[in-house]
Design a protein around this ligand. Structure first.
Ligand SMILES: [Zn+2]
Length: 187
């Protein structure tokens, strides 16, 4: 099973945090960075983030795990292998919690679940409408929901149909035009 690209680095700049034990990774400490999303998948995630105005840098959509070399790397590898094997055997994709989300309290999970549901609904409504006023309203609601979500939802977009992604990108563009007052033409 290919997990990702494994780098061994010395921590520079500022201390980091280990994904597994949540303890600090000190400056100059030798540790590992496993890159999970890169290449064309990262580019795809970047494009979606850019279309939604949440791409802070070219690295948006890039996914990695920073880990202590001793113990934590092994623990993590065994866990990710287990989750992925199970997900494969069930043919339902990754189980919840094994993806890009850190460990959360039940309350945080519920809050996030509701936000994600509302966001998905907003996206569906946005696809379904051609009304300019409504597009702007829904777009602003989406931005609000994105801001509420500490970790953005990328994967649910990635699983959408190509036609829906194109439609959504067109809606985002239209909303930006309307908000910035660049265009008054009818669509
Ligand atoms: Zn650790």
């Amino acid at each position: 099973m290919r997990i990702g690209i494994l780098d061994v680095n010395v921590k520079r700049g500022k201390p980091g945090q280990c994904w597994v034990c949540k303890e600090s990774i000190a400056l100059k400490e030798l540790h590992t960075v496993v890159v999970l999303r890169y290449g064309k998948f990262q580019q795809q995630a970047f494009k979606l983030a850019a279309a939604q105005g949440r791409a802070k840098s070219k690295k948006a959509g890039f996914k990695y795990r920073r880990l202590h070399l001793k113990g934590c790397l092994a623990t993590w590898l065994v866990a990710i292998h287990h989750y992925r094997s199970e997900a494969r055997s069930q043919r339902k994709g990754r189980p919840t919690g094994s993806g890009q989300l850190p460990q959360m309290s039940d309350e945080d999970k519920l809050v996030r679940y509701r936000l994600v549901r509302r966001r998905a609904e907003t996206l569906r409504l946005l696809i379904a409408t051609e009304d300019d006023h409504r597009i702007v309203n829904l777009y602003q609601r989406l931005k609000y929901l994105n801001n509420q979500l500490e970790i953005n939802v990328i994967d649910d977009m990635a699983r959408r149909e190509q036609t829906n992604i194109r439609l959504l990108n067109a809606r985002f563009k239209r909303a930006e035009e309307l908000i910035n007052g660049q265009s008054t033409g009818t669509s």
